[in-house]
Every structure is written in structure tokens, then in C-alpha cells.
Design a protein around this ligand. Structure first.
Ligand code: IMP
Ligand code: MG
Length: 179
């Protein structure tokens, strides 16, 4: 079992870089079909989604835009339940199809907040795309349009996801080892 140490915790390899890329390709192909006739702006949610957004965006084959937003919401290994301000939306999204790109939807609270905020800018439509989804943790009821992979309700790091700011540069995804 391949393990890594991030700060004070040990994690084991659970999703390979190859599996991640397969999931992203599947999502990109769906988007290329569904959204090719829309005026789309992708909005990546920083920091976690930067690698997902980059790898996905390279596989989008229609003319489109991308920008990034930030919502600070998480510290340590459990969701705080409170989300803060949305920062960095400089683009005009009115009448556009917005595709929000998240690294992971856990409780769903962050995305609910984002949806509420973004609706205020009068987009034509908002689509949600997440690389990872924890169905057992999800406490909301909105529809998620694009899901790369469903995963168990365990804490993970790597491929953009962090543990207290570290571990984002791991190529693969690792799960917290509970000893
Ligand atoms: P939610 O509001 O509970 O859906 O949490 C969403 C945010 O929490 C994500 O954008 C991540 O930044 C962070 N998050 C949730 N689960 C994990 C995890 O297992 N590892 C690292 N970050 C996570
Ligand atoms: Mg995040």
C-alpha cells in the first residue's frame, strides 16, 4: 500500500492520476455534447479546483471562457458548516451558461452558497460540475449535473485537495489512514 505523510497525518493511495484523467475525459465529452451551442463561462472554485479546471478545460472543444472564484470554507479535516464571502467574480455572466467547477462536493453547503450568490448575477443557467462527490455526506437536494467520481465519506488529499493547505501537489488522490 503506497502511503504519504502530510503534516501530522498518513494517507494511502486511493485514486490514481490515470483514474482521475479518465473521469475528467468522461465529463469533458458530456460537456462537449451538451453545451456546444451555449454561451458558456466556466467558473473554477479556488483553491481546490485549479488542477481539475485546467485538465478539464484543455479537453473542451467549443469556444468558451474560464474564470476563477474563491470561497473560503474549510479548515482541518471536517467541514466547518460556515462559508464565507465569494471573491473574484469580475466577468459578466448575465445571460450566460455558467458551469461551476468544484474539486469536491461534500456536505454541499459551499455549492449551495455559490448557487445563491451566482443567481444574483442573472445567468441564463447554472450547471454544476464536480470532480468528486461524497453521496453519504451530501445534505442538500439540488441536482449535480456532472460528477467525475463518487467516493466514500473519507477525508482525502491530492490533485488540488489539501489538508491544512498541504498536499495539493500530489498527482494522485490519497485517503486519510485511520489507525
Ligand atoms: P462542502 O461545503 O461540505 O460540500 O465542502 C466543500 C469544500 O470542502 C470543498 O470545496 C473542499 O475544499 C473541502 N473538502 C470537502 N471534503 C474534503 C476532503 O475530503 N479533503 C479536502 N477538502 C475537502
Ligand atoms: Mg474547495
Amino acid at each position: 500500500m503506497k502511503t504519504v505523510q502530510v503534516l501530522d497525518k498518513k494517507f494511502y493511495l486511493s485514486i490514481s492520476h490515470e483514474q482521475i484523467q479518465v473521469a475528467i475525459t468522461k465529463v469533458a465529452e458530456q460537456m462537449n455534447e451538451d453545451l456546444k451551442n451555449e454561451d458558456v463561462i466556466f467558473l473554477g472554485i479556488l483553491n481546490g479546483a485549479f488542477l481539475f479546471a485546467a485538465d478539464l478545460f484543455k479537453q473542451i472543444n467549443f469556444d468558451t471562457q474560464i474564470s476563477f472564484l474563491k470561497v473560503a470554507s474549510y479548515s482541518g479535516t471536517s467541514t466547518s458548516g460556515t462559508v464565507k464571502r465569494l471573491i473574484g467574480l469580475n466577468e459578466d455572466i448575465e445571460n450566460k451558461t455558467v458551469v461551476v467547477l468544484e474539486d469536491i462536493i461534500d456536505s454541499g453547503i459551499t455549492m449551495e452558497y455559490l448557487l445563491k450568490q451566482l443567481k444574483g448575477y442573472d445567468p441564463k443557467e447554472i450547471k454544476i460540475a464536480t470532480l468528486l462527490f461524497k453521496p453519504e455526506a451530501f445534505v442538500k437536494d439540488y441536482n449535480i449535473d456532472y460528477i467525475g467520481m463518487e467516493i466514500p465519506n473519507d477525508f482525502i488529499v491530492g490533485y488540488g485537495l489539501d489538508y491544512d493547505g498541504y498536499g495539493r501537489n500530489l498527482k494522485d488522490i490519497y485517503t486519510l489512514l485511520v489507525e
